[in-house]
Design a protein around this ligand. Structure first.
Ligand code: CP
Length: 304
């Protein structure tokens, strides 16, 4: 039985196959509409979500399966003191596959040790978010035609940004990627990520200036400063508006820049940028459903 806890649980070849399947689902949706008939997906979300939970549900419904689950710990028996592993053992009696989000790093891994069915990590604290990474990779592939040979800037909260950690990890397995990490000192990329790039001999730069980095970028990956990860509200207030992407800041950008954001956004991308054809973050949202359809099929061994 396969789980998806970390993006490296999938080989590069498997990621490329998932992207190819997602592309085929986009082109031929009716071919897939009954693939998961009589299968059930449980969504166990111990943290808030809009895109991840609903795209998983939409994905399973789009495959002809059904969904069950809860959207907050408060509405489950977790509020009575039940452990995550007992919750997962219980739900694996009712569902064929589980997508789980939890504020504690490692909780989906712990769950996978006791589950009778595949567990998908739908985000664990500030650690990993592998299905957002698959969404990002599909979007980059659709926008650029390949996952190699570009410069990508990650901007904002790189310390707690689980989407950033997973995506850097994934892209470090492709060729010709140059990374630029744009953040205030307090929200820099964790050392373990930088060290893993150094070990692989991959080039990266760190800067506090989005303006300086902008002309070099093929892809700009904006992120939200995440209030929920701060212990001290004063620090959050001081840092939250460090970067606000607006049309002025895009004047020095490449004409074919691709602007991504895992969303939700707060202030870090002005709404005026949404009309710029380089803004691809709502396309990214759409792609999330199709790559999750491909992933559910893979983990359940389903074919069209
Ligand atoms: N990108 C993402 O994880 O969004 P949600 O928190 O809305 O699921």
């Amino acid at each position: 039985m396969r789980h998806l806890i970390d993006i490296t649980d999938l080989s590069v070849e498997e990621i490329d196959e998932l992207i190819a399947t997602a592309e085929d689902i986009i082109a031929n949706p009716t071919k897939y509409q009954d693939v998961a008939a009589h299968k059930q997906l449980a969504t166990l979300f111990f943290e808030p979500s809009t895109r991840t939970r609903l795209s998983f549900e939409s994905a399973m419904l789009g495959l002809g399966g059904s969904v069950l689950g809860f959207s907050s710990a408060a509405s489950s028996s977790t509020s009575k003191g039940e452990t995550v592993t007992d919750t997962v053992r219980t739900v694996s009696c009712y569902a064929d596959i589980i997508a789980m989000r939890h504020p504690k790093e490692g909780a989906p891994f712990a769950a996978s040790q006791r589950s009778q069915v595949p567990i998908i990590n739908a985000g664990d604290g500030g650690h990993n978010h592998p299905t957002q990474t698959l969404t990002d990779l599909l979007t980059i592939h659709r926008e650029r035609g390949s996952l190699s040979n570009f410069t990508i800037g990650f901007c904002g909260d790189l310390k707690f940004g689980r989407t950033v950690h997973s995506l850097v990890n994934a892209l470090s397995r492709y060729t010709g990627i140059h990374f630029i990490f744009i953040s205030p000192e307090e929200l820099k990329m964790p050392n373990y990520i930088n060290e893993s790039l150094q070990k692989k001999g991959l080039p990266y730069e760190e800067t506090e200036s989005l303006e300086d980095a902008m002309p070099k970028l093929d892809i700009l990956y904006m992120t939200r400063v995440q209030k929920e990860r701060f212990f001290n509200e004063a620090d959050y207030i001081r840092l939250k508006d460090t970067y606000v992407l607006d049309p002025d800041k895009l004047q020095n950008a490449k004409k074919d820049l691709c602007i991504l954001h895992p969303l939700p956004r707060v202030n870090e991308i002005a709404v005026a940028v949404d009309d710029d054809p380089r803004a691809r973050y709502f396309e990214q949202v759409r792609n999330g459903k199709f790559i999750r359809m491909a992933l559910i099929m893979k983990l359940l061994g389903l074919k069209a």
